[in-house]
Each structure stands twice: as C-alpha cells, then as structure tokens.
Design a protein around this ligand. Structure first.
Ligand SMILES: [Fe+2]
Length: 169
C-alpha cells in the first residue's frame, strides 16, 4: 500500500546568545503594542540586524534546510518582542506559504517566562493537542510558517525574543 501525507516539523536547539548581539538588540526601540512590546513599527529588513543574526544562526538554518534538500536561505524579515508581566501573543501563523520557515530565538528569559504553544495546521478548526516549548535563553525554535502558535500571559518582565521568517532556495 502506498502512503503519503504531510508533516510539519518543529526544530529546537540551543545557541549561546553573544553579549555583543544582546547589546545591539538592547539599542532597538520597542513600543507597547496591542499585546506586547515590539518594533513592529519599523521596517523588518534591517540589513545590519539580519547580518548579525545570520552570523549566529546560519549554521542551524542551513542544517535544517539541507534536511529539506535546500542549499541556501535568506532571512526575509525579523523583529524583536519583549513581554512584560501579563503580556501575550494571541494565536497566529506567520505566512500561509509552505516554502517559508519561521524562527524564535530567546534572548532573555527567567523561569517565569511564558512558553510558546504550537498546534497542528488547521487549528483551531481542527482540534489537536498543543506542543509546549518552554522559554529558555539561547533556545532557537524553527518551524513551518504555517504552524499556528501563541504565547499566553507572561509571568515576568524579562522575556525577550527575536523572531522572523526565512525562505529556503
Ligand atoms: Fe509568531
């Protein structure tokens, strides 16, 4: 019997956050958004920000892409989010395009930082178990941009991440 189907992997790894990178991120002005603090008000293709991020994360992005038969990638856009106590990010996907992957890189967390919850494609129309990925400084999560995810109310004033989208080629 022939069998086929779809899988939506979620990759998790840890990469030490360089202090020089953190210093650069700290210079980025974040505004209080509807759900959490972020820099959604600025263009998300800042070349310096992308270059600095690639220096840290490119080995992991390439390793994941190679597993899907891709040789190269580019970061399309990226941004910073900081969650104060009670702040959250409601259920969303990044793009409906399956060639695009998204990432979350945890820069600052405490034991009280909120987890990210991932759901199967189709959620909430299709009800599935959530996959909880806890917040930890240096943790990198890479996932298909079509995977629904959310951050429930945060419980510290620290949780800071960079997130964005990469396209493989
Ligand atoms: Fe997201």
């Amino acid at each position: 019997m022939h069998q086929t189907g779809f899988i939506q992997p979620i990759y998790i790894d840890n990469i030490k956050v360089p202090s020089s990178y953190l210093k650069e991120i700290n210079k980025i002005k974040l505004l209080k958004g509807k759900e959490q603090h972020n820099n959604f008000d600025v263009k998300h293709d800042n070349p310096k920000f992308i270059k600095n991020t690639n220096e840290i994360l490119s080995p992991k992005f390439l390793e994941i892409g190679n597993g899907h038969g891709f040789k190269n990638y580019k970061i399309i856009n990226m941004w910073v989010q900081k969650y104060l106590k009670g702040e959250h990010h409601s259920l969303h996907i990044h793009t409906p395009k399956t060639s695009i992957f998204s990432f979350i890189y945890f820069l600052k967390t405490t034991k009280d930082s909120a987890s990210t919850f991932f759901y199967n494609v189709g959620h909430p129309y299709v009800s599935t178990e959530a996959i909880e990925v806890t917040a930890k400084t240096g943790k990198l999560i890479v996932f298909h941009s079509t995977i629904p995810h959310e951050v429930k109310a945060n419980n510290d004033n620290v949780r800071t991440i960079v997130s964005g989208n990469i396209e493989y080629e």
